[in-house]
Write a protein that binds this ligand. Structure first.
Ligand code: HEM
Length: 156
């Protein structure tokens, strides 16, 4: 009896064509940020923590327009919209149906220091949730891409 079997065939038998071991480096790179973050459940937890940190923040609420809006707009509404936005922007299956960033923030007169404060709170939340460095960087880039539409005033 001939027991010789080509090695490549053995490798496929051991790992299976779709197992993580069989994935090439190129295939792994194609995984969306959404998938690397673990999908909608972990994203919704991060957004929940983020909005919970933003809404009561004294530095941001020193701006009367932000303070008035956070009292008027329900936090769950913001969590819903921001979760859908992050899900979509990271390559997930959700669709964001809220307003444009310019339209929804123009009346808040958000300054550069307030923006920096938001980014530092966001970084704290990502660290608390143990989001890895690469995914943190990509999320910060997504947030940064909205800055020009959100920061309208350069003065404090
Ligand atoms: C300093 C930075 C920010 C502050 C203080 C802030 C605060 C707020 C407030 C108070 C509202 C409610 C406005 C209103 O309806 O009157 C709002 C809406 C919203 N914000 Fe922000 N925001 C900031 C940055 C961001 C960023 C970076 C994102 C996403 C990348 C974002 C996503 C949204 C979304 C999706 C809404 C809801 C839009 C809608 O009502 O359709 N915000 N934000």
């Amino acid at each position: 009896m001939n027991l010789w079997i080509p090695l490549g065939f053995v490798a496929v038998l051991l790992t299976g064509p779709h197992s993580p071991v069989a994935q090439s480096g190129a295939e792994q790179k194609q995984q969306s940020l959404y998938d690397r973050l673990g999908g909608l459940a972990p994203i919704s937890v991060v957004v929940d923590d983020f909005i919970n940190a933003l809404v009561p923040d004294a530095v941001l609420n020193a701006n009367p327009a932000i303070d008035a809006a956070r009292k008027r707009v329900p936090a769950p509404y913001l969590k819903y919209h921001v979760t859908a936005m992050v899900c979509q922007a990271t390559g997930g299956p959700c669709r964001y149906h809220g307003r444009e960033m310019k339209e929804s923030h123009a009346h808040l007169n958000i300054t550069e220091p307030e923006w920096d404060r938001m980014v530092s709170l966001f970084k704290e939340v990502l660290a608390k949730n143990k989001v890895p460095a690469k995914e943190t960087k990509e999320l910060l880039e997504i947030v940064d891409s909205t800055k020009a539409d959100i920061v309208v005033s350069r003065q404090k």
